[in-house]
Each structure stands twice: as C-alpha cells, then as structure tokens.
Design a protein around this ligand. Structure first.
Ligand SMILES: C[C@@]1(CC(=O)O)C2=NC(=C\c3[nH]c(c(CCC(=O)O)c3CC(=O)O)Cc3[nH]c(c(CC(=O)O)c3CCC(=O)O)/C=C3\N/C(=C\2)[C@@H](CCC(=O)O)[C@]3(C)CC(=O)O)/[C@H]1CCC(=O)O
Ligand SMILES: NC(=O)c1ccc[n+]([C@@H]2O[C@H](COP(=O)([O-])OP(=O)(O)OC[C@H]3O[C@@H](n4cnc5c(N)ncnc54)[C@H](O)[C@@H]3O)[C@@H](O)[C@H]2O)c1
Length: 226
C-alpha cells in the first residue's frame, strides 16, 4: 500500500504570535491542536456543534473564541464577518465531508490547512514536540506513524532535561553580546563554536552555573575583543 501522506515535508518554525487561526470541530483532536496553537501565542477561533470540557474551559482564555454552530462556508469566506482572515485552518470534525469542504475553501483562499483525518489533503501536519524554553524539538513521521512520532519525542523528552532552557538562554545572551562586540565574522564564529565546548550543562546541573557565569561576564568585559 502506498503512503499517501507527505514524502518530502518542509519543516519550518512558524511565528503565530497574535495571528488568527481557525479550528473547525471541538473534540479531543481539536483540543490538542488548539492547545499547541495557544502555546505558540496564536488567537484561536473554534467552531463546532459540541465542545470537550477542556475546550469549554479555554473560553476564559483571552485569545480563544468559541462559536457553537454547524460549519458553514460563510464562516471562512465572508470578509465582513469575524471569521475571515485566518492565516491557518485546522479541519478537525469527525465528518470527512465537512473536513474536505473546509480544506477546499482554505486551499482556494491560499490558507494553510491541516485536515486531521485526511493527511493527503493537508498543506501541513503537526509534529510531536518537546520544548525547553528556546529549544524546540519537533518529531514527524510525515503521517506514517503518529504514535511512533510521539514515542520518539518522549525519548527525546527524557534525554533533554530542564537544564537546556537555562543553557539556551545563556547561549542566546552571549551570542548577542559577541555579535555586538566582535566585528570580525570569522572570529565571531570561532567563539560561537568554542562556547559549545564549555561544559555549561554540567555547571547548571551541579548548581555552579550562576557564579561561573558572573565571573565569565567580568572576564569578557575586560577582553579587547579583537
Ligand atoms: C504528533 C501529533 C501532534 C498533534 O496531533 O498535535 C499527531 N498525532 C498525534 C497522536 C496520535 N494520532 C493518532 C494516534 C493513535 C495511534 C495511531 O493511529 O498511530 C496518536 C497517538 C496518541 O494519541 O498517543 C491517530 C491519527 N493521527 C492521524 C490520523 C489520520 C490518518 O493517519 O489518516 C490518525 C488515525 C485516526 C483514526 O484512524 O481514527 C494523523 C496525523 N496525526 C499527526 C500528528 C499528523 C502526523 C504526525 C507525524 O506522523 O508526523 C497527522 C498526519 C495530521 C495531523 O494531525 O497533523 C500527536 C502526538 C502529540 C504528542 O506528542 O503528544
Ligand atoms: N490527526 C490526529 O491526530 C487524529 C487522531 C485521532 C483521530 N483523528 C481523526 O480526527 C477526527 C476527529 O477526532 P475526535 O476524537 O476529535 O472526534 P470527536 O467525535 O470527539 O469530535 C468531533 C467534533 O466535530 C464536531 N462536528 C462534527 N460535525 C460538525 C459540523 N458539521 N460542524 C461543526 N462541528 C462539527 C463535533 O461537534 C465534535 O466536537 C476523527 O474522525 C478521526 O478520524 C485524527
């Protein structure tokens, strides 16, 4: 049997902060997609005949709007309505025809669309994700086995501890400092590589990181930087 999902997916990290997204359907799958959209800072409108308890609780969230109604194309087409201008659409009902209809309208309008029961129609699929502050690890099987994607992500979840959040914040701050102080591109890149060899993670785990960082910054202040 041939795999009908994506053979060459293009992985991207999208900035959805403040962007409007539409989820059609209010079951367990819709709830999972809404949660991940909210984590990304999106504003989410959910249209469904019924909602899970979890989605109803989300109504208190400032970025969530619920409409209890049957899907109708005007929801997505009518420019004057509250529903227009979604950057991203998720078709998550348990009715394949409705999901296909949502897909058809979204595609016609050039919107990105995820169809939860027909991956072959989707312009994007959702990976399993592990987050440690600025570090985001996304695992996808291109739809071949969502449960395998989840299992692999759980393995990575165990392998990459909480210390990675502090570590990435440190690398990010230091990188900005070096970018502002070291004019020579090659010299900058040497320092970036060298930074990765310092055993910072062990220092974070061992509780000596803050005092070490303080000393490092004092030393760096004295550096001639060229
Ligand atoms: C990663 C994750 C993200 C998320 O949903 O947020 C996600 N599915 C997750 C879990 C999961 N989904 C399913 C099971 C049951 C076991 C099983 O069937 O394996 C489990 C396991 C579980 O629940 O533990 C069933 C299932 N999933 C899809 C179909 C339809 C089809 O294949 O036709 C069916 C069959 C429905 C049926 O037959 O009735 C389709 C998709 N699911 C995807 C993503 C996309 C491909 C991802 C990839 O492979 O890269 C894709 C293509 C579209 C999309 O949804 O974007 C999330 C883990 C979140 C986490 O990490 O916690
Ligand atoms: N992508 C995935 O990760 C994944 C995982 C499991 C299942 N699925 C598929 O996703 C589908 C949805 O799963 P679920 O567990 O959330 O189903 P569910 O039955 O719990 O929820 C379906 C929701 O769709 C709403 N709905 C149905 N018809 C509608 C309409 N015409 N207009 C508006 N709302 C409508 C219902 O009110 C309900 O809230 C399943 O049919 C299954 O095929 C996908």
């Amino acid at each position: 049997m041939e795999l009908t999902t994506m053979n060459h997916p293009y992985p991207i990290m999208m900035n959805l902060s403040g962007r409007r997204c539409l989820v059609v359907g209010g079951g367990a799958v819709a709830e999972r997609k809404v949660k991940s959209l909210l984590q990304a800072g999106a504003r989410v409108t959910i249209v469904s005949t019924e909602f899970t308890e979890g989605i109803i609780e989300m109504e208190n969230h400032a970025e969530v709007v619920l409409y209890r109604q049957t899907f109708h194309p005007s929801i997505m087409i009518d420019e004057s309505s509250d529903f227009a201008s979604y950057i991203l659409v998720v078709a998550a009902t348990n009715d394949a025809k409705v999901n296909a209809h949502v897909h058809e309208i979204a595609s016609r309008q050039g919107q990105l669309v995820n169809v939860v029961d027909q991956p072959q129609l989707s312009s994007f699929i959702v990976p399993s994700v592990v987050r440690r502050g600025k570090l985001v690890i996304a695992v996808s099987t291109g739809g071949a086995s969502p449960s395998a994607a989840r299992k692999i992500a759980q393995e990575l979840d165990n392998a990459y501890g909480e210390e990675y959040e502090t570590y990435l914040d440190f690398l990010s701050d230091l990188r900005l400092l070096i970018q502002s102080r070291v004019a020579d591109k090659q010299a900058r890149q040497r320092v970036f590589k060298e930074m990765l060899e310092w055993d910072v993670l062990a220092k974070i785990r061992g509780g000596t990181f803050e005092s070490w960082k303080e000393k490092l910054y004092i030393t760096l202040e004295k550096e001639p930087w060229m």
